[in-house]
Write a protein that binds this ligand. Structure first.
Ligand code: CTP
Ligand code: MG
Length: 175
């Protein structure tokens, strides 16, 4: 899950600049996505997720080597692993972006809280992308209890990170 967890905080730290919707409105008179979704945040987030995934591949393969095997990280070829990592990190930020679109349609301003959705949108996006890219890998990795564990742990992690982000001045709201 790390390549899915990393993009959001890094987008929050390094994001900003030109909004993805270019400031445009929808027919409802509200922004398409809002100023909280920027090109820089998207790009930096995806790249950081990818880097962490590559680091994990490296650690896992060297770890396995200690036991005398050469199992590739993520249990498959390097190319497939990189594709899965990209699905996790892109899916995370696209899930987040999709929910911003949804929030704007509900009339919620940028930064307004939408409990549960705010805490899980990126997980659902990451899972959807990963499932579409590699259903075999997804079903092999995410057993029922792992899914339940992630759904329980993520909101807690999310809240703690955002409170930290708020106090170090990276986030405008502590959620
Ligand atoms: N961010 C960004 N680009 C993205 C995602 C996030 O620049 N694609 C940055 C923005 O500075 C944003 C911050 O990360 O304010 C926190 O992200 P998030 O909580 O998702 O955005 P909000 O400002 O709360 O906006 P929204 O109501 O749309 O969720
Ligand atoms: Mg938010």
């Amino acid at each position: 899950m790390l390549p899915a967890y990393i993009p959001n905080p890094f987008a929050a730290v390094f994001g900003g600049g030109k909004p993805i919707d270019g400031g445009r409105m929808m027919g409802d008179g509200r922004r398409i996505l809002g100023d909280g979704k920027t090109y820089r945040g998207l790009l930096v987030g995806i790249v950081c997720g990818l880097l962490v995934g590559l680091l994990q591949m490296r650690l896992v393969s060297s770890g396995f080597a200690v036991f005398g095997t050469t199992l590739p990280a993520f249990g498959m070829s390097t190319t497939s692993s990189v594709i899965v990592i990209l699905a996790l990190s892109c899916g995370s930020l696209f899930g987040d972006m999709f929910m911003s679109f949804f929030k704007r349609r509900l009339g919620l301003k940028r930064g307004a809280p939408l409990p549960v959705i705010d805490q899980l949108d990126f997980v659902l996006g990451a899972w959807l992308f990963t499932y579409l890219i590699s259903p075999e890998w997804f079903t092999a990795m995410f057993s029922f209890w792992i899914v339940v564990t992630v759904l329980v742990i993520t909101p807690v992690l999310h809240l703690v990170t955002n409170i930290i982000g708020y106090f170090i001045g990276v986030k405008k709201e502590p959620w």
